[in-house]
Write a protein that binds this ligand. Structure first.
Ligand code: NI
Ligand code: MN
Length: 228
């Protein structure tokens, strides 16, 4: 059995065969999170980009767990300088990790990291095609709609993790078009209702996905776990 726990915002924990992978673990300061960073002990952390609402607790969790952080080269190098084990890669590349793999695919967004000393800009945003727990998972990261999602769909996506919040990413209407491009079996919406600008009626999104596409939308509440 494999499970996906929605931590909230774009943060997920995937577990299968005793392996745990965290995706964009923004937990401390995440108003929707029911977990704390200390609840997780991953072998791998995947980061789509450097924004603070995605890097989140990465450095603390990685130092404590010994997890390897996988990110675009510049962000990986930046985090490596903080004393974290990293693997940097780039678009088109596939990185093997403990229990699976992640292929870097494009995402249309920006990528800066704000520290107490100012703003740095390590790397560019990415999405991932993740092979884990016997399934193929597309984690879109933060992105707008783009037609090359059709190419990503050619991988045969079981589960698509798509942002629907609007304002910083695509909103529900474009996310629905993304589902039609990617043609996953299951869609799990994310990056909504964390902050006032990204409030969305996710039930309306689910209705549209279920009615207009071949996919099933699964709304996973923050703190809840979905079996796949
Ligand atoms: Ni972002
Ligand atoms: Mn974000």
């Amino acid at each position: 059995m494999a499970t996906l726990t929605y931590i909230g915002h774009s943060a997920f924990a995937l577990e299968a065969n005793g392996k745990q992978v965290l995706l964009d673990p923004f937990i401390s300061g995440n108003p929707t999170a029911k977990h704390s960073a200390s609840d997780f002990n991953p072998q791998t952390i995947l980061l789509t980009h450097a924004h603070n609402d995605h890097v989140g607790d990465t450095v603390d969790i990685a130092k404590k767990s010994g997890a390897t952080v996988i990110a675009t080269v510049e962000l990986a190098n930046y985090l490596g300088e903080q004393g974290v084990e990293v693997i940097g890669a780039n678009f088109g590349g596939t990185v093997q990790f403990d229990g699976g793999s992640a292929k870097f695919v494009p995402a249309w967004h920006t990528s800066t990291y704000t520290t107490s000393e100012g703003v740095v800009a390590p790397g560019v945003p990415a999405g991932f095609i993740i092979e884990f727990g016997g399934k193929t998972i597309y984690a879109a990261g933060d992105t707008c709609l783009f037609s090359d999602m059709k190419l990503i769909g050619e991988a045969g996506i079981d589960i698509a993790l798509l942002p629907v919040g609007d304002h910083f990413t695509m909103g529900p209407d474009d996310a629905l078009r993304a589902v039609k491009f990617v043609e996953p079996k299951t869609v799990i919406p994310c990056h909504y209702n964390t902050f006032p600008p990204i409030q969305q009626d996710v039930n309306a999104f689910k209705k549209a996905v279920d009615a207009e596409t071949g996919a099933t939308c699964e709304i996973v509440a923050p703190g809840s776990t979905y079996e796949f």
